[in-house]
Write a protein that binds this ligand. Structure first.
Ligand SMILES: Cc1cc2nc3c(=O)[nH]c(=O)nc-3n(C[C@H](O)[C@H](O)[C@H](O)COP(=O)(O)OP(=O)(O)OC[C@H]3O[C@@H](n4cnc5c(N)ncnc54)[C@H](O)[C@@H]3O)c2cc1C
Ligand code: FES
Length: 285
C-alpha cells in the first residue's frame, strides 16, 4: 500500500521513503520545553500531501531521526508545522535549530484521524499537553470545512498555565462558529483565572452530548485512561472514542518491528485507533 504513496503529480515525484530537505522558516516558543517549527521543502516542486493525524520522521543530520506528528492542517499548505517537546538527544538538537537551518523529512506515515467518519457529526476534541499538536491539525482541518461538521468542543488541559501550547489559537478557535474551547490546568498560578483541575473535570461544564458525537483524544497515557473511563461511564461507545498512540518507533514503515503490539504495527496500522481496537490489543499498553 505504501508503494502507492509514491505519487507522480505532474512534474513532482514525491517519494515518502527518503528524507527530503526542508528549511526552518519560522520558530515559535510555545512553552519552556515545546517549540513549533514552520518548515518549507527546499524543492518547491514537491507536492507533499498528508492527512490530519499522520506523522513524519524528522532527521537531524549527525544525530538521528524521531517520529513527530504534523501539527498543521493539509488545508493550509504554505508551510508545514511541527511542535516538538525537548526530551533527549534528537529533540534537544531540534530545540537548537535557528531560522535557515535544514532538516530531513520523510513521510507522511500512519493512518491519521478518520476525518470522513466525522462528517455530519459533532466532534469532541480532548487534548493534554503536547497532545494538542496532532489535534491542532484536525481542528484547523474541521474549521476550514466548517459546514461539513456539527458542533466542535475542545477540552484542553496542561500541567500549569505556562505549559499550555497554542495560546493564540485557543482564543481564535473559541471565536469560530459553533465552536467552544474549555481549558484547565493541574496547578494554577496567581495570574490564572481559569479552571484548575484535571481535564475530565471539564466534562460537566462542557455540557457534552453523546448522540451523534465522536471523541478524538490525544495526550499522556494517564489522561487517556481517565478520559476514556469517564466517557464510557457517560455512555459513549468504544468505537466513538478515538485516540492517537505514542509508541517507540524507528523506521515508521512497518519494517523494523520496534512498534509492534500483538498483530499490529503502530506505525502503519495506527497511530490512530478506536478505543475498542486498543482494548483488544495485548495488555502491555
Ligand atoms: C507517532 C508519534 C508521533 C509523535 N509526535 C510527537 C510530536 O508531535 N511532538 C513531540 O514532541 N513528540 C512526538 N513524539 C515523541 C517523540 O518522537 C519522542 O519524544 C522522540 O523520539 C524522543 O527522541 P529524543 O532523541 O529526543 O529522545 P531520546 O534520547 O530517544 O529519549 C529521551 C526520553 O524520551 C522518551 N521517548 C523516546 N521516544 C519516545 C516516544 N516515541 N514516545 C514517548 N517518549 C519517548 C525516552 O523514553 C526517554 O525517556 C511522537 C512519537 C510518535 C511515535
Ligand atoms: S517503527 Fe518500524 S515497524 Fe513500526
Amino acid at each position: 500500500m505504501l508503494a502507492h504513496a509514491i505519487q507522480n503529480r505532474g512534474m513532482s515525484l514525491f517519494n515518502p521513503f527518503i528524507p527530503h530537505i526542508a528549511t526552518v522558516v519560522d520558530i515559535r516558543q510555545e512553552t519552556g520545553d515545546i517549540r513549533t517549527l514552520g518548515l518549507r521543502f527546499n524543492n518547491r516542486d514537491l507536492d507533499f500531501d498528508f492527512a490530519p493525524g499522520q506523522f513524519v520522521e524528522v532527521s537531524l543530520f549527525g544525530y538521528g531521526e524521531v517520529p513527530i506528528g504534523l501539527a498543521s492542517s493539509p488545508t493550509r499548505r504554505e508551510t508545514i508545522e511541527i511542535s516538538v517537546k525537548r526530551m533527549g538527544m534528537v529533540t534537544g538538537q531540534i530545540h537548537k535549530l535557528t531560522i535557515g537551518d535544514t532538516i530531513g523529512i520523510r513521510g507522511p506515515y500512519g493512518n491519521g484521524w478518520p476525518v470522513d467518519m466525522l462528517r455530519g457529526k459533532h466532534v469532541l476534541v480532548i487534548g493534554g499537553g503536547i497532545g494538542l499538536s496532532p489535534l491542532r491539525s484536525l481542528i484547523d482541518y474541521l474549521l476550514d470545512q466548517r459546514d461539513d461538521f456539527g458542533t466542535i468542543k475542545i477540552l484542553y488541559g496542561a500541567r500549569t498555565p505556562n505549559d499550555l501550547v497554542y495560546k493564540h489559537l485557543l482564543r481564535k478557535w473559541g471565536e469560530a462558529r459553533d465552536t467552544e474551547v474549555f481549558c484547565t490546568v493541574d496547578i494554577g498560578t496567581p495570574e490564572w483565572d481559569g479552571h484548575v483541575g484535571v481535564v475530565t473535570a471539564l466534562f460537566e461544564q462542557a455540557n457534552i452530548t453523546i448522540e451523534n458525537t465522536v471523541v478524538i483524544t490525544c495526550g499522556p497515557p494517564i489522561m487517556i485512561k481517565f478520559v476514556t473511563m469517564g466517557l464510557e461511564k457517560m455512555g459513549f461507545a468504544d468505537t466513538d472514542i478515538i485516540t492517537s498512540m505514542e509508541k517507540m518507533m524507528k523506521c515508521g514503515i512497518g519494517k523494523c518491528g520496534h512498534c509492534n503490539i500483538g498483530s499490529k504495527y503502530v506505525c502503519v496500522d495506527g497511530p490512530v485507533f478506536t478505543h475498542r481496537e486498543l482494548k483488544n490489543l495485548p495488555k502491555e499498553l
